[in-house]
Design a protein around this ligand. Structure first.
Ligand code: HEM
Length: 148
């Protein structure tokens, strides 16, 4: 059971963190280098829409498996590193929910009306928040792996 929980936890973490790495370091710079408006924002929004469904699934996996490891030990007895991961994880999930329901939804509505300046501003906001989440994710992973 412990092995299965770690496996599901890693599945969620790798899909979410790997997807953010791909968007930040590959998809976004390539889209800016190769495409103009409106193809660039259209490609970015269409690919993010697909990726975000995977992120919701990863969040369910991370929360369920993370709490599945933490609850049997008990919050009072869980190591500090686990509390840190739980706290950072909750912040990442709240940030993602904000990205999804605020700038992403705004960008989609603006794209439907072809208001490309609004789409660009929303995509820029999402970029800043995704960078923050990517950094937080690596801090959480560094804490549980280095602080043993
Ligand atoms: C918010 C809910 C979360 C909870 C309750 C949670 C809890 C835990 C716990 C209890 C462990 C086991 C640590 C150990 O065995 O020493 C763990 C490991 C881990 N967590 Fe989380 N976590 C959460 C979110 C996340 C997030 C958002 C990420 C990725 C960004 C993540 C990535 C990892 C990784 C990579 C490990 C190491 C697994 C291993 O030992 O091989 N966790 N987490």
């Amino acid at each position: 059971m412990a092995g299965l929980l770690i496996f599901l936890h890693l599945l969620g973490a790798i899909v979410w963190m790997g997807g953010m790495a791909f968007v930040l370091f590959s998809l976004r710079p390539a889209a800016f280098a190769e495409l103009d408006v409106p193809q660039r924002p259209r490609l970015l929004l269409a690919s993010l829409q697909r990726f975000f469904s995977l992120v919701w699934l990863s969040i369910v996996l991370l929360l369920a498996s993370g709490l599945g490891m933490m609850l049997p030990v008990g919050f009072a007895h869980a190591p500090l590193a686990w509390h840190a991961m739980f706290g950072i994880g909750l912040v990442m999930m709240a940030l993602f929910a904000h990205i999804f329901f605020a700038p992403f939804m705004r960008a989609r509505r603006a794209a439907a009306r072809q208001e490309w300046a609004v789409v660009a501003a929303s995509l820029q906001q999402m970029h800043t928040l995704v960078k923050a989440n990517f950094t937080l994710g690596w801090i959480a992973i560094a804490i549980v792996s280095l602080w043993r």
